[in-house]
Design a protein around this ligand. Structure first.
Ligand SMILES: CO[C@H](O)c1c[n+]2c([nH]1)[C@H](O)[C@@H](O)[C@H](O)[C@H]2CO
Length: 448
């Protein structure tokens, strides 16, 4: 058995998001978000599930903080619900909304846990969507206004700031594939949304710097490792398009201030062009202090004419699968972050999400023996260690997720938590994976 030891300043954490855990959807002045609308649109979410109650963390946040403290994490990543702060997206600040997050942040700090806050994890105020949402450039200013209120309210308390969670999901998953809120299926619209979200990210970074807010700011992109099935040029080109759709389309603007030209041309051929205004690319590529990467899986693809958006079909090569039918491809984590480091330089990296969904069974004595999830984490921790040993500036890891929670279009049937949530009683029960991670954090390593 080989000993795997992490640097003493390595940040172990877990992650959640507002709409997925808070519930209290109409409490204390919260306005409706696009996920309230989408989840209550018949056929959009499994079983008609919605976030009205979720894990009720709005009322049970102290239980969550106690679980985090017992777990031994150094940091906790959560998101702030814009509709709690500005029920109509802009206008007057809803102080009661801010009060909730003041209690969470103060509770975390009292427990010795660093709050790491995502400003936008998909719950756009519906009132802004009614005016075009991210397709409307006015939403950029609304986001900066909202961000400024949060920056000022928590300056000195929150030290790690993430502007957006997964602009790929906000744009292509939600506005081209139509699987997430608001559920559009238009490529040009999705390209507009992606661009405007990245401009909004850059404008928020500028505001953060202008205000002299303490701490570090970055953004989180979901990176997917995707390789050609064969060495044929057709497979290589097809796989590169598919990978770039997820990775380069967002990382290039963020770090190089340009879009990958081969994909710009490809989208142009599909009738979609990027609505760049003068100054946009400089704004998007504002220097950031870290990059958050969400990694779950990867795969192989080959050329197949007229298959999907990129003439590319995924090829099954025998990976084990999670309950989301995602490949368990831990080496992909090493490959994608090595690639990102090589391509985009030495900006510190945090894995802001990594985890797995399996069919969990709660035993009579309220235990969950989630062997497969433990194995998933162990495999990915080893790859984290390989990355650190290889000189990649990997500074921390946030397990997704602290709790079983509202898994978007999959509703509550898909569980990612290291803590089991009983949705009838809202009781929380740590799973075996929780105790595994607790031990890894305590020893800052493990026997591989
Ligand atoms: C392809 O996976 C994505 O990177 C991804 C996976 N996940 C995410 N993004 C979101 O950030 C979370 O809100 C989800 O709950 C979580 C699990 O589905």
């Amino acid at each position: 058995m080989a000993r795997i030891d992490f640097p003493k300043d390595f940040v172990w954490g877990t992650a959640t998001a507002s709409y997925q855990i808070e519930g209290a959807w109409q409490e204390d002045g919260r306005g409706p978000s696009i996920w309230d609308t989408f989840s209550k649109t018949p056929g959009k979410v499994f079983n008609g599930d919605n976030g009205d109650v979720a894990c009720d963390s709005y009322h049970r946040y102290e239980e969550d903080i106690a679980l985090l403290k017992k777990l031994g994490v150094k940091a906790y990543r959560f998101s702030i619900a814009w509709p709690r702060i500005f029920p109509q997206g802009t206008g007057e600040v809803n102080e009661k909304g801010l009060d909730y997050y003041r209690k969470v942040v103060d509770g975390l700090i009292a427990a010795g846990i660093e709050p790491c806050v995502t400003l936008y994890h998909w719950d756009l105020p519906q009132a802004l969507q009614d005016k075009g949402g991210w397709d409307n450039r006015d939403t950029i200013d609304a986001f900066v206004n909202y961000s400024e209120v949060i920056f000022k309210a928590f300056n000195g308390k929150i030290k790690q700031w993430i502007t957006f969670n997964e602009t790929w999901c906000v744009s292509f998953l939600s506005n081209y594939l139509g699987l997430h809120a608001p559920g559009n299926t238009d490529l040009q619209l999705a390209v507009n949304v992606a661009h405007h979200c990245m401009v909004a990210h850059g404008e928020a970074v500028k505001k953060f710097r202008e205000l002299g807010i303490e701490g570090e700011i970055g953004t989180t992109h979901n990176l997917y490792w995707f390789e050609p099935y064969s060495t044929s040029p057709e497979d290589a080109a097809a796989a590169r398009r598919n990978r770039a759709f997820n990775n380069e389309w967002f990382m290039e603007p963020t770090f190089k201030g340009t879009y990958p030209q081969f994909l710009v041309d490809w989208f142009k051929g599909k009738g979609a062009e990027v609505p760049i205004l003068p100054g946009d690319m400089e704004t998007i590529s504002q220097k950031i202090d870290f990059i958050g990467v969400n990694f779950y899986s990867g795969g192989f693809g080959r050329y197949k004419k007229d298959e999907g958006l990129f003439d590319c079909e995924e090829v099954q090569v025998g990976f084990d699968k999670t309950y989301m039918d995602w490949n368990v491809y831990a080496d992909g984590l090493y490959k994608v972050l090595s690639w990102a480091h090589e391509e985009y330089g030495d900006t510190p990296i945090y894995i802001t999400e990594n985890g797995a969904c399996y069919e969990d069974v709660l035993t009579e004595d309220n235990r969950v023996h989630d062997v497969l999830r433990k194995e998933y984490f162990k495999k990915h921790f080893i790859q984290c260690h390989r990355l650190i040993e290889s000189g990649v500036p990997l500074k921390g890891y946030f397990a997704w997720s602290l709790l079983d929670n509202f898994e978007w279009a999959e509703g509550y049937r898909k569980r990612f938590g290291i803590v089991y949530t009983n949705y009838e009683t809202l009781e929380r029960y740590p799973k075996d994976s929780y105790y595994f991670i607790q031990d890894v954090i305590k020893n800052n390593g493990f026997e591989a």
